[in-house]
Design a protein around this ligand. Structure first.
Ligand code: SF4
Length: 244
């Protein structure tokens, strides 16, 4: 996408179509805005969504491996390691049976060495407590040491097709810019979680969450977002301040 400057426009008329702060003080978002956001984001995803190896499986273990690898690491670097890792440890039982130092070695050079340790201990706990089946229930997932709210939501929506919310850095940035536009996203974390949940179209958690993540990685990027070509710009409180 090209990074052109935004055209001139009437910010007053645009503002009227955007989300009002007061909408977010109530329990529900304006249904029209909500529908527009969902429809535009899903339409964008159908056209531009990435074809990634972990989107071709519903195996919770493989999805868990991809999610742990993707923490702090770019997709391009994760893809070869994801394949290599699953070739060596194709099941949760294989990973649980491995020596922790071997797992750490195979992880190299992804970095953040706490992650292979964490993944290995999740595998051991899963075998020990759940007979090697990654649980589906949120409480059970969250009870596994090393699985936080984001990873539990990702496993539930990508492996079990549930309408579970997620909030990683990309999703937080998109929701914060569109619905708040200013302030510090981290200070609004609990509201953004609630928003992430409230926005999911019924039965479409998988696509919606993947769309949010891709949109944050490809359009509403941390630096120089592609606002001019953005399908959400008429709803976005950060536009045109963020446009490049
Ligand atoms: S208009 Fe810009 S800041 Fe707003 S959602 Fe689109 S890309 Fe992000």
């Amino acid at each position: 996408m090209s990074r052109k400057r935004s055209p001139s426009h009437s910010s007053r008329s645009r503002a009227s179509k955007r989300i009002r702060q007061s909408d977010l003080q109530t329990d529900s978002i304006d249904p029209t805005i909500k529908r527009r956001f969902q429809r535009r984001l899903l339409a964008w995803y159908r056209k531009y969504g990435r074809d990634l190896p972990w989107r071709r499986t519903s195996d919770p273990y493989k999805i868990l491996v991809s999610e742990v690898m993707l923490q702090q690491t770019q997709v391009d670097r994760v893809i070869p390691k994801y394949h290599e890792f699953l070739e060596k440890y194709p099941t949760v039982q294989d990973l649980a049976a491995a020596k922790p130092e071997e797992v750490r070695e195979l992880w190299y050079p992804l970095g953040y060495n706490i992650r292979p340790h964490r993944l290995h201990s999740i595998a051991c706990e899963t075998v020990e407590r759940y007979g090697g089946t990654i649980p589906k229930e949120p409480d059970a997932l969250l009870s596994l040491k090393g699985i936080g709210r984001y990873t539990a939501g990702a496993v539930r929506s990508f492996a079990f097709n549930e309408d579970a919310p997620i909030l990683d850095t990309n999703v937080m940035r998109v929701l914060h810019r569109v619905f708040y536009g200013e302030g510090e996203p981290k200070a609004l974390k609990s509201r953004l979680w609630a928003l992430s949940e409230a926005l999911i179209p019924k039965g479409k958690g998988y696509d919606f969450n993947q769309a949010l993540m891709d949109f944050g990685a490809m359009v509403c990027t941390a630096r120089k977002p592609y606002c001019v070509r953005c399908p959400l710009r008429s709803l976005c409180r950060a536009y045109p301040d963020r446009s490049t």
